[in-house]
Design a protein around this ligand. Sequence first.
Ligand code: WT7
Length: 652
Amino acid sequence: MTDTAAGQIDHVFHERRLFPPPAEFTAKAVIRSQEQYDDLYQRARDDRDGFWKQEAEQHLHWFEPFGEVCKWNAPHAEWFVGGKTNASYNCIDRNIDQGRGDRAAIIWEGEPGDTRTLTYNELKSEVCKCAAALRELGIQTGDVVSIYMPMTPELAIAMLACARIGAIHSVIFAGFSAESIADRNNDAQAKMVITSDGLHRRGKVLPLKVTVDEALEKSPSVQTCLVLRRIGNDDVPMKDGRDVWWHDVVDKQSDDLPAEPLDSETPLFILYTSGSTGKPKGILHSTAGYNLWAKRTFQWVFDHRDDDVYWCTADCGWITGHTYIVYGPLAAGATCLMFEGAPNYPAEDRFWELVEKYKVTILYTAPTAIRAFIKWGDQHVDKHDLSSLRLLGSVGEGINPEAWMWYHKKIGGSSCPIVDTWWQTETGGIMMSPLPGITATKPGSCTQPLPGVVPSIVDETGASVDAEHGGMLCIDQPWPGMLRGVWGDEERFVETYWATVKGKYLTGDNARCDKDGYYWIMGRIDDVINVSGHRLSTIEVESALVSHELVCEAAVVGRPDDLKGQAIAAFVTVTDPNPGEELRQELRMHVRKQIGALAQPDDIRFAAAVPKTRSGKIMRRLLRDIAAGREAAGDTSTLEDYSVLATLREEE
Ligand code: WT7
């Protein structure tokens, strides 16, 4: 480890391996030469308005043309001022206009194995019917509709139906509690909730409507609840004058409802994401800029071609599902696989069975899933023919080099490029990623910014720092997909993202940029541990732990220490059923060898699982509290499994 002055982040990412794209991939790629990328990047940076004017004219449908390209009054941006467009039109009608009506838009498989395919023509009929039903039920442009549904085609249909009439959707992941639903309904003043009679989950049925009923007791703004029959559970209580069945109001509608021409900046959706203080914030995205960003980043990063079958394994309850199941791929006319179930039901090979069955060519998933597959064993993968795959993607957190190599070899057969995509709910779409036809990848690095993304690395005062040593990652220029605000909380919007460095968007992540211009995300700013004045990133200590053959997962946090400022606490799950002091010592030495003495964890706790949010992020705030011996504070609505926390406490 390099010894640097206090206050700098020691760069201890030792990854040296370089994986250039296979020549066959490059030959057919959308972006196939460095010059082509350099040209795009430079034009977007040096002539922002000219670049995006051309992109928007070429890649979106306009009912009325826009005037000014970007009105930037930091921190407020308006893109494609005065233009009229519609995200549902861009995702559906435009494909039909261009002759793709009979192409499969969504190939869906339910958890029990039921399937359904919707062509772009069929998707249009369903979306029109749903949009007409929303209108009949009193939903108008600007109204907020909460959507709390299983991963069925109707979830995407409901989102697009809102977009078609200018209603604002707020998708709430169908694992949240009644309390969380009510909070979100109230914050957004939602007028309607769309849900279903139930949800299949690992062979069981979860009563979604019952949860919604509980939430609606505390959601006075909600006037209507639209209920899809998914399970066939007819004894669902339906409240007169409030609850209506989907099949009663949607099915009878006309299948042709013209998309409403909407102003470019019409709010498209709110998506709640947890903040550091615990109270979820409603991230707001608007129509034209977001839709364009979703589409172009999808085309650039996933190198989309007409014959691709693309599968993003996320849930539509997260931004990944919004942008890379619905708005990006559909705007690009792609064929998307949509899956309702879990990766390990009925068995640990379900994903690979799906890849084989549908001949998936592009797979986009998360490191947390990849680590689970590694733990479950290669035999589940070996059963299936994965040769249809040509490109792999990763999102949600840094991918440990160990997991990267397994993904590359075992799933990609050593011949698929991996795109490690860095972005956030707030950014709307991918900001940094390899371009699969040209970027030589380094395991663990999200490599380089996309056209239109101008990053910088600064210190707490906002001054530029030596990028190689790392610091806080900012974005210096507005981009079309950027958030437009925090719903109902201008102060929080300004405070959280724009107050530290004037005019620059503060991502909240730490990053460093190496000599080749490759970015390495080092975790959230809060995740940096300061040990005796040396700054370590949690992910590097976690990666070192995970590289030990007995470790499945690791979560590392800092805890107060009188002597060193902060000490390192690690929570690890291991394959050894009876881990003890010997293994603890071995792991300490392992990290010491991998990174250096400074990074050696002070506490190592063995756990059955590490607590995670439902989107798979480690709940560091809670672990920090546990490590420090404090009661866990703040919002735990996104915690996946409370019992995990209880076990960790008992271990103390
Ligand atoms: C945070 C955003 C991006 C959609 C899903 C999560 C972390 C995300 C990466 C990556 C390292 C990553 C960052 C970011 N993150 N992707 N490829 N490498 N870190 O969206 O819930 O808004 O979380 O996830 O810390 O700020 P989100």
